[in-house]
Design a binder for this molecule. Structure first.
Ligand code: NDP
Ligand code: 2IT
Length: 439
């Protein structure tokens, strides 16, 4: 870690993600001297490739705008590079390197053949017209297209990138390569997208949570669940929770949070879903509703009285004080929908309290798993039914849970899911890297 800190002093998120993995796999790493002979950990801490470029595009007023674009191809030991694209003003190299690093271990857990990558831009789609977003996506892909392909690197969505953006990127890629391929996942259903891909991350996280609760003989019915975010992951998490009889007591966006003391009804959820997806609206627009309260500039953790927390917005959105507040309320489980939403201090609190705590690379892996299933369907030129995909998703989440238990359960029966997920993911990538020599 000291060496990495010297090499990459301005990359705090990246160092945070690496430190979590390194410390939790230390014991097993040291059991295999060959790993060190091959300098595996150091190799894994440096992405295979970092691609960065300028993206110039023209806004609706005819002004030329410039953004930075990136793709981090982290590791392809077990399959083609695979991972989302993030468009958000906060995007920088540190954030994308942490996400690509996490993705490598997450993808290894899915049981599918996918390496790890991540990309994005400091471009924010917020407040931009459809045509501006389209022109940006085209300029972005124009730079990226030599580095991606169905067997090379397959991008998808992440923050700020949903069906609209993937559609525009895929369209330009197809035009420039003259190939209709499965190079992007999260595509529209009419042109190769998989049923259930939009739902997959949120639903998958709820399936993972159910697996965790089951280990303690607990269920979801009537449980109060605090969810953060109100984008793709948060909305489908909330939808599934409501269907299963849980009470969703919060949602948030980057301006603030809503608290719903009695839990969202299906009808109220439907209105929020429409506000967020059809109108790209803001949660403050619900300020006057009698069934919820709006809190500007705050996150939900200290306000929502909950049994379970599912942070589903962004990294480091739940800190040590938030964690202590959740534990004080009697929170029994935290299942991460976002990537690295808990700060190291928060994660430490959860582990110390021995609650059920799932790190994102295990619990949010349903999204990339169904991306993998979309790649499989594209290769076959077939489309599976929603039931088939959902059934496979449930099995994959159960399999990921079993891998966490295998490597994370101690002699006293407590499962440290962080150690379990990191070790299981690492062992698979490490074995593949060892077998392929120094490349
Ligand atoms: P969306 O863009 O659909 O939604 C993001 C949500 O988080 C929005 O409500 C957004 O609010 C909020 N948010 C974003 N940045 C911040 C911030 N800096 N502070 C507070 N709130 C913020 O993205 P997704 O739902 O796809 O992604 C959410 C998380 O899940 C991310 O961590 C992503 O990496 C992770 N993830 C996504 C997967 C996927 O399949 N999409 C798969 C696995 C993980 P606002 O609208 O105000 O910006
Ligand atoms: O963080 C993630 O796993 C994603 N954003 C989904 C990646 C994908 O390739 O579907």
């Amino acid at each position: 870690m000291a060496e990495l800190q010297l090499r990459f002093p301005n990359e705090p998120e990246y160092l945070q993600a690496v430190e979590e993995v390194v410390t939790s796999i230390e014991d097993i790493y040291n059991e295999y001297p060959a790993f060190e002979r091959y300098n595996l950990m150091e190799r894994l801490c440096m992405p295979d490739r970092v691609i960065s470029f300028r993206v110039s595009w023209v806004d609706d007023n005819g002004r030329v705008r410039n953004n930075m674009g990136y793709r981090i191809q982290h590791n392809n030991a077990i399959g083609p590079y695979k991972g989302g694209i993030r468009f958000h003003s906060s995007v920088n190299l540190s954030i994308l390197k942490f996400l690509a690093f996490e993705q490598t271990f997450k993808n290894a857990l899915t049981t599918l053949s996918m390496g790890g990558a991540k990309g994005g831009s400091d471009f924010s789609p917020r407040g931009k017209s459809d045509m501006e977003v389209m022109r940006f996506c085209q300029a972005f892909v124009n730079e990226l297209l030599r580095n991606i392909g169905p067997d090379m690197d397959v991008p998808a969505g992440d923050i700020g990138v949903g069906g609209r953006e993937v559609g525009y990127m895929f369209g330009w890629y197809k035009k420039m390569t003259r190939e209709f391929s499965g190079t992007f996942t999260g595509k529209g259903l009419d042109f190769g997208g998989s049923l259930m891909r939009p739902e997959a991350t949120g639903y998958g996280n709820v399936y993972f949570l159910l697996n965790m609760l089951q280990t303690r003989g607990l269920g979801l019915e009537g449980r109060r669940v605090a969810v953060s975010g109100s984008g793709n992951v948060a909305l489908y998490t909330a939808e599934k929770l409501i269907k299963l009889g849980a009470k969703v007591v919060s949602l948030s966006d980057s301006d603030g949070s809503i608290i719903i003391p009695d839990g969202l009804t299906a009808e109220q959820f439907g209105r929020i879903f429409e506000l967020k997806t059809a109108y790209r609206g803001r949660l403050w627009e619900l300020e006057e509703e009698p069934w919820c309260s709006y809190h500007a500039g705050v996150r939900p953790w200290r306000l929502a009285q909950c049994d379970i927390a599912m942070p589903s917005a962004t990294q480091n959105e739940l800190d040590g004080d938030d964690a202590r507040a959740l534990l004080q309320q009697g929170c029994i489980a935290v299942s991460e929908g976002a990537n690295m939403p808990s700060t190291p201090e928060a994660a430490h609190e959860f582990l110390k309290a021995r609650i059920l705590y799932a790190p994102g690379k295990a619990s949010n892996a349903g999204g990339v798993s169904v991306s993998g299933l979309e790649m499989a369907q594209n290769s076959q030129r077939l489309a599976w039914t929603a039931e088939e995909v959902d059934d496979k998703l449930r099995r994959i989440m159960a399999d990921i849970h079993a891998q966490c238990i295998r490597y994370g359960r101690g002699d006293d029966g407590f499962c440290n899911y962080v150690r379990g997920a990191n070790t299981a993911g690492f062992m698979k990538v490490a074995r593949a890297m060892m077998a392929q020599g120094i490349v």
